[in-house]
Design a protein around this ligand. Structure first.
Ligand SMILES: NC(=O)c1ccc[n+]([C@@H]2O[C@H](COP(=O)([O-])OP(=O)(O)OC[C@H]3O[C@@H](n4cnc5c(N)ncnc54)[C@H](O)[C@@H]3O)[C@@H](O)[C@H]2O)c1
Length: 391
């Protein structure tokens, strides 16, 4: 159980790039990072607008001389200081991730970057190589993957509770992007439908990369062999990007699966669902009911497993925070991701590779894999929605 006591000797000196006052995801980073004595926010280039960024940073309690106009100045100035940042989080639009991540790694900083990590596998592998060369950690913030019931699912699959996996049902949909008006009025939506900034996909990268990563976290041995993706833009001006996609998967072990990802699922408020069907039973989790996991053994009554309870696996209990009586959600999941990444950075800094191997967190492999997932989906869709070998 996590109770806020320090798990590493000293909090990491942490900086943020992006995630400013108007940014959608910045607060999620801070709510994740600033709860377990593992990070102190000491610097930032929070905003594309330097003045607004400085004003915001000062209001967060960061010294004004450490609120920088841009990321290059942050990296240059902070690396000159003895007490400069050790790790930076990157919460900027997708098209900036590659250059900022490379610059930070080059300067010897650990990185926590938003998804999708970059646009191409080539770029993702370059980041991986540089991180390895520099002995640095790259974490990728797949939000809900720190949820304890996801870890419970992983433990139950590993313990063969549902038998051989045959079917994988994945969904991440909502209805907030259903109109052209949203593209014009909402700054965070505007860049998401511009291929120069969003990359080769809209919803596949923006939403399904989360669910794909979580499915791999739950079933690390299930590798995709073939895939077919059919993508559409119901709001036509988004073409060639998609606001809806259906993806069929064949796994190497003979299992089949499908992913539905969409921002035009009108009326859907919170639709991330993972259902894993084995030969002897099924497991199902929805992010709108994140404290519960449905376990349906074939031929026996359905069980609803509840977060924080004694009967859960040690892995789920290790990341428990509030106890049985209360609800945990996205913020705690982010807390768990940030904590795991801090432990990974600490182990890396101490050269403790055997501890590092035991830590479950979305690292550079997860970043590279997410980019591969997008590439394969887009490749299939743009070639007549054909089945393709997963590369
Ligand atoms: N992990 C998640 O759950 C999750 C949720 C939402 C967004 N995201 C990802 O987070 C990233 C940001 O998305 P968002 O929705 O917060 O975008 P946004 O447009 O709402 O916010 C972007 C922020 O970055 C700042 N910014 C832009 N360019 C900058 C630069 N060069 N230097 C410094 N600051 C800069 C902006 O001023 C703003 O504060 C994207 O990669 C997106 O895919 C992840």
């Amino acid at each position: 159980m996590i109770n806020g006591e320090r798990k590493i000797k000293k909090p990491l000196r942490w900086g943020m790039i992006g995630g400013g006052r108007t940014g959608q995801v910045g607060y999620k980073h801070r709510t994740g990072a600033l709860r377990d004595n593992t990070y102190n926010l000491v610097a930032g280039a929070f905003d594309i607008d330097p003045e607004r960024g400085k004003d915001f940073g000062v209001n967060l309690g960061v010294d004004s001389d450490r609120c920088y106009d841009d990321y290059q100045t942050l990296i240059n100035e902070e690396t000159k200081r003895e007490d400069g940042v050790e790790v930076v989080s990157i919460a900027t639009p997708n098209g900036t991730h590659y250059s900022i991540t490379m610059a930070a790694l080059q300067a010897g900083l650990h990185v926590i970057c938003e998804k999708p990590l970059v646009f191409t596998s080539e770029e993702a592998n370059e980041i991986k190589e540089l991180a390895e060369k520099k002995n640095l950690i790259v974490g990728v913030t797949y939000g809900y993957s720190g949820n304890t019931m996801i870890l419970q699912m992983r433990a139950m699959v590993e313990q063969n509770k549902i038998g051989k996996i045959n079917l994988v049902e994945l969904q991440y949909t909502h209805g907030y992007g259903g109109s052209e008006k949203a593209d014009k009025d909402n700054a965070a939506q505007k860049w998401r439908v511009d291929p120069k900034i969003a990359g080769p996909s809209f919803v596949i990268g923006d939403l399904s990369t989360h669910t794909y990563y979580m499915s791999q976290l739950i079933m690390p041995n299930m590798k995709i062999k073939k895939l077919l993706c059919d993508r559409q833009s119901f709001v036509g001006s988004r073409y060639p990007l998609e606001d809806n996609a259906y993806i069929l998967m064949h796994y190497e072990n003979g299992a089949v699966g499908r992913m539905w990802t969409s921002v035009v699922d009108a009326g859907q408020m919170d639709g991330q669902r993972i259902r894993i069907v084995g030969a002897n039973g099924s497991l199902e989790w929805w992010d709108s009911v994140p404290n519960e996991l449905l376990y349906q053994p074939q031929g026996a009554p359905t069980q609803t497993l509840v977060r924080g309870t004694e009967y859960l696996d040690d892995l789920a209990k290790e990341y428990e925070r509030l106890g049985t009586l209360h609800q945990e959600g996205l913020s705690e999941a982010w807390g768990n991701i940030y904590l795991s990444i801090a432990l990974a950075i600490d182990a890396k800094n101490r050269g403790d590779e055997s501890t590092l191997e035991q830590i479950i967190y979305p690292g550079i492999e997860a970043g590279v894999d997410g980019v591969r997932w997008i590439e394969n989906c887009v490749n299939s869709a743009d070639n007549g929605s054909q089945w393709i070998e997963y590369k």
